[in-house]
Design a protein around this ligand. Structure first.
Ligand code: ARG
Length: 462
C-alpha cells in the first residue's frame, strides 16, 4: 500500500501530501481551539448515544470518557500539543484520543462529520458566552439603577440637536440608558431560542445510515430539540449573525453612552467627574485627564459592526450545504464576544464611580430658555390655544435674549405685557424644579416618577 508522508486523519484518498503553505492556510486550530471544551462535551454525548444503540460497547464508551477527560485536563493545563497537521480542534482532539485509547478512539467519529460537529460546538460555545454577556449586562444595569436613584432629583438640561431643550433629571437620563440595555437582554434571550437547537446527526449533510437517537443527544447537551433539516443544519450560521447583530446593538448603545460621557467630562460641559482609575494622562500635556475608557469603547463599537458585515457577506450566496467558507465565521464571532464582554465590564466597573457636578448641570439647564414649553403649557391651561401660546412665549424669549435674562428672571409686569392671563403663580412653573415635577406621567422625568421607574426596573432584574 502506498502511504503518503502526512499524519492527517483523512488522508488515505490523497496520493500527494498537502502543500506546506496550504496546510497552514487552511488550518483553523490556532483559533478554533477556543471551542475545545464544547467539542469534548459534544463528543461525550455523541458517544453515549452511540453506546445506547449498540454501535459502541460500554467498555469502549468508558475508554472514550476517560480519554476525553484526560484531554480536557491537558488542555486546561496548557499541556496539550496542538498541531497544525491536524487542521482543526476536532481532528486534534480525535487524534489525541486515538493515541491514548487506540481503536475506540477511531470509532468515535461513527455517524457524525466535522460539519455537524463544528455547528454544534459553535452553538454550545455561544450559549455559554451569552450567559457571560448577560452577567455583565446585569452588573451594568444594576450600577445604572443605583446611580439613577442617587441622581433622581438632580436637574440637568435635556437636549435635542445637542441644544438645551427642556430640563430633565439626571436619573431620568440614566434610566434611558437602562432601557436600551433591557432591550439588549431581550434580544439575546430571543436569539438563544434559535441557538439552542442541535445540528448533531446531520453528519456531513444528508444524515447518517445509523439508527441514531437525536433526541437523546439533544437532551444530554441541553438543547431544546434536534434540528429539522440536515442540509440546513450544517450550513446555517443565521444564529451567529443574529447574535452578532444583537452584539452590534449593545456596542452601539455603549457608543452612545460613551459619547455623552466624553462630552460631559469636557471643560465645556463639566457635568461629571470620572474617576482617575478610568482615565489616562497625556505624555506631553501635564494638565490632561482623558476619558480613555469611553473613547475606546466608542471606537470598539465599529469593529463589532464590522464583524456583523463580515458574517453577512460570508453567508451571502453560499450554496447548500457546508462550505469551507464557514470556517471564517469564528474569528469575527470570537472577537465580537471578547469585545462585548470587555466593554460591558469596563462600563459596569466605572459606572458606580461617576460623580455628578450638580451645580454645573443646574446652571446649564437654566440657559437656553429650557422652561419655554412650560410657559406655553401654562397659557394653554388658562384657555389660550397652543399655537397662540407658542407665539406669546416666542416674544417673551426674545425679550429674554435681548436683555440676557432667563424667563424666570422677567418681572410679572413684563410677562403680563405679553399676555394678561399670566399671574404670579407662573414663577412656579418657570422654575426648573416645577418644570420637571410636572412631568409625572408614565415615562416622564419627574423625580418621583423616576423613582417609581427604578423600582419596577429592579423588580424585572431579580
Ligand atoms: N474547521 C472546519 C470549520 O471550522 C470544520 C469543518 C470542516 N469540514 C470539512 N468538511 N472540511 O468549519
Amino acid at each position: 500500500m502506498t502511504t503518503v508522508n502526512t499524519d492527517k486523519l483523512s488522508s488515505a484518498r490523497f496520493a500527494q501530501a498537502t502543500d506546506a503553505f496550504v496546510e497552514v492556510f487552511t488550518a483553523s486550530v490556532d483559533f478554533d481551539q477556543r471551542m475545545a471544551q464544547q467539542d469534548i462535551q459534544g463528543s461525550l454525548a455523541h458517544a453515549k448515544m452511540l453506546t445506547s444503540i449498540n454501535i459502541l460497547a460500554e467498555t469502549e464508551y468508558n475508554d472514550i470518557e476517560k480519554g476525553l477527560e484526560q484531554i480536557s485536563t491537558e488542555i486546561e493545563a496548557g499541556e496539550f500539543n496542538w498541531s497544525i497537521k491536524q487542521e482543526d480542534v476536532h481532528m486534534n482532539i480525535e487524534a489525541r484520543l486515538t493515541d491514548l485509547i487506540g481503536i475506540a478512539g477511531k470509532k468515535l467519529h461513527t455517524g457524525r462529520s466535522r460539519n455537524d460537529q463544528v455547528a454544534t460546538d459553535i452553538r454550545l460555545y455561544l450559549r455559554e458566552e451569552i450567559e457571560v454577556i448577560n452577567g455583565q449586562l446585569k452588573r451594568l444595569q444594576i450600577a445604572l439603577l443605583d446611580l439613577a436613584e442617587k441622581e433622581a432629583d438632580t436637574i440637568m438640561p435635556g437636549f435635542t440637536h445637542l441644544q438645551v431643550a427642556q430640563p430633565i433629571t439626571f436619573g431620568h437620563h440614566l434610566m434611558a440608558w437602562f432601557e436600551m440595555l433591557s432591550r439588549d437582554v431581550e434580544r439575546l434571550q430571543d436569539c438563544t431560542k434559535r441557538i439552542n437547537i442541535m445540528p448533531l446527526g446531520a453528519a456531513a449533510l444528508a444524515g447518517t445510515s445509523y439508527p441514531i437517537d437525536r433526541h437523546m443527544t439533544a437532551e444530554l447537551l441541553g438543547f431544546s430539540r434536534p434540528s429539522n433539516n440536515s442540509l440546513d443544519s450544517v450550513s446555517d450560521r443565521d444564529f451567529a449573525i443574529e447574535f452578532t447583530a444583537a452584539a452590534s446593538l449593545i456596542m452601539l448603545h455603549l457608543s452612545r453612552f460613551s459619547e455623552e460621557l466624553v462630552l460631559w467630562t469636557s471643560a465645556q460641559f463639566d457635568f461629571i467627574d470620572m474617576p482617575d482609575a478610568f482615565c489616562t494622562g497625556s505624555s506631553i500635556m501635564p494638565q490632561k485627564k482623558n476619558p480613555d475608557v469611553p473613547e475606546l469603547v466608542r471606537g470598539k463599537s465599529g469593529r463589532v459592526t464590522g464583524h456583523l458585515m463580515s458574517l453577512l457577506m460570508l453567508m451571502k450566496s453560499q450554496p447548500l450545504a457546508y462550505n469551507k467558507d464557514n470556517q471564517e465565521d469564528k474569528e469575527p464571532l470570537f472577537d465580537t464576544v471578547d469585545t462585548v464582554v470587555n466593554s460591558l465590564r469596563a462600563f459596569a466597573d466605572m459606572m458606580p464611580h461617576i460623580q455628578s457636578k450638580k451645580e454645573n448641570m443646574y446652571k446649564a439647564a437654566k440657559q437656553g430658555f429650557a422652561t419655554a414649553t412650560d410657559l406655553a403649557d401654562y397659557l394653554v391651561r388658562k384657555g389660550i390655544a397652543f399655537r397662540d401660546a407658542h407665539e406669546v412665549v416666542g416674544l417673551a424669549v426674545r425679550l429674554g435674549v435681548e436683555t440676557k435674562r432667563d424667563l424666570s428672571e422677567l418681572s410679572l409686569e413684563e410677562l403680563q405685557g405679553f399676555s394678561a392671563e399670566i399671574t404670579a403663580d407662573v414663577f412656579d412653573i418657570l422654575k426648573l424644579e416645577g418644570s420637571v415635577a410636572a412631568r409625572k406621567h408614565i415615562g416622564g422625568t419627574a423625580p418621583d416618577t423616576v423613582r417609581a421607574a427604578i423600582k419596577s426596573a429592579r423588580a424585572t432584574l431579580s
